[in-house]
Design a protein around this ligand. Structure first.
Ligand code: COA
Length: 172
């Protein structure tokens, strides 16, 4: 029976998630390319203060994850994957919208990502979520596979940000 997406909830990653996240990256994203997102690398990303690792779980089982790095102006979506049993049920959209909203709140101007150029399903997914294709990078993956770079603008990088001043401790 297909899973109903309303049973899936989102939360931030915990250290114990690193092994499952790494295994999903190996099987769903990096297959045939070697395994660069080892459990240690995922755990490092989770500890990084500028990186958000978002988990979708259903009754305690991890069904999807996303890892996004937040810079000052730009964010980079490093990984996003949904277990095959839960694909096409809106889980990826929900996670990406959560990350987009967080980036918007953080004042990020644009989100960037690379994916395997032959991954047509994911290309369509990112296009459906407002991303545009910006460049092909031949040999990006271990010199043997082409990447496609995509981006989504969240605000005009030249736009003036609202005035903000550090509140004085006396006036608070
Ligand atoms: C790409 C991926 C994250 C999408 O997650 P998902 O939960 O299946 O996607 P959603 O159900 O939220 O889809 C939202 C919309 O994106 C589009 N879309 C998603 N997957 C698609 C596919 N395989 N083919 C065509 N369009 C697709 C559709 O417009 C879809 O809306 P609809 O179902 O109402 O038509 C998921 O397929 C996945 O984990 N793939 C393997 C790992 C991967 O490729 N990651 C991306 C590179 S890092």
């Amino acid at each position: 029976m297909p899973t109903r997406p309303q049973n899936v909830s989102l939360r931030l990653a915990r250290p114990g998630d690193a092994g499952v996240v790494a295994a999903l990256s190996r099987d769903l994203i990096e297959s045939g390319l070697g395994w660069s997102w080892s459990p240690e690398r995922v755990a490092r990303a989770m500890r990084d203060r500028n990186t958000v690792t978002l988990i979708a779980s259903e009754r305690g089982k991890l069904v999807a994850f996303g890892i996004m790095y937040f810079g000052d102006e730009h964010a980079h979506l490093s990984l996003l994957a949904v277990r095959p049993s839960h694909q096409r049920q809106g889980v990826g959209r929900r996670m990406l919208e959560w990350l987009l909203q967080s980036a918007l709140t953080a004042g990020i101007a644009s989100i960037h990502l690379e994916l395997r150029a032959a991954n047509h399903g994911a290309r369509r997914f990112y296009r459906a979520l407002g991303f545009v294709e910006t460049a092909y990078i031949p040999g990006y993956y271990q010199g043997k596979e082409m990447a496609l770079r995509m981006m989504r603008e969240l605000r005009d990088p030249r736009a003036r940000l609202p005035d903000w001043r550090l509140p004085s401790p006396k006036s608070s």
